[in-house]
Design a protein around this ligand. Sequence first.
Ligand SMILES: Nc1ncnc2c1ncn2[C@@H]1O[C@H](COP(=O)(O)OP(=O)(O)OP(=O)(O)O)[C@@H](O)[C@H]1O
Length: 233
Amino acid sequence: MPVVEARGLVKRFGGVTALDHVTLTFDEGMVYAIIGPNGSGKTTLLNVLTGYVKPDAGSVHIMGKDVTKWPPHRIASLGVGRVFQIPLPFRTLTVYDNVAIANPSLSGSEVMELLRLVGLEGKAWERAGRLSGGQQKLLEIARALAKNPKILYMDEPTAGVNPGLFERIENAIREMKERGTTVVIIEHNVRFVSRIADEMIAMAQGRVIARGAPEEVTRDPRVIESYLGSEVP
Ligand SMILES: Nc1ncnc2c1ncn2[C@@H]1O[C@H](COP(=O)(O)OP(=O)(O)OP(=O)(O)O)[C@@H](O)[C@H]1O
């Protein structure tokens, strides 16, 4: 049974069809990348899968449960995590405490291990508000990992992050996969996600236009065309 199954999702905003009959499944322990030009519906899809936006038609099942009408907190309670594009740590708390409160059952050494994984162990006792934007993003990823989610949605993990830190994001994603988490990443940096995704899903105009191995999807003429003939980024 797939961990997530979306069937026939439709979402309209006024005259714009943001999702036009999207059907897809995500399997356990796999890493998926969702790519597509601006406005192709990627964020709307994540919002529907996590309960923030209700679809006009279609359904979402998580581990066999119909969650289509569930509010976000109830979906989260099934072990569904999300890393938002803009990190929002508790700025006045230390980096360590930000991770510790994400999951109070973790031991001190487990918290430090997560900080080491994202390269923030040297910042453990600094206030989170003092970190750079990229470091705050890494902290957000460590907080998501601390909760040991079954499914983790990541909204542009590399946005606003210094390329020198990409490797740490990659390490965190590999660690999640190792733990059996299903990771779904929306990303504009196609080269970055091509390295880590088991499968790539390309969207254009609210539809899934290609799905498969990253090297095949990025070479698919329909995908190249959706980026207006320019090179896939
Ligand atoms: N709340 C909203 N109200 C009105 N229109 C919306 C809303 N959210 C999304 N849209 C429209 O739906 C379409 C899909 O947008 P969406 O943000 O899902 O695309 P995206 O692929 O995530 O784009 P980007 O890569 O720029 O983040 C766009 O035309 C967008 O303008």
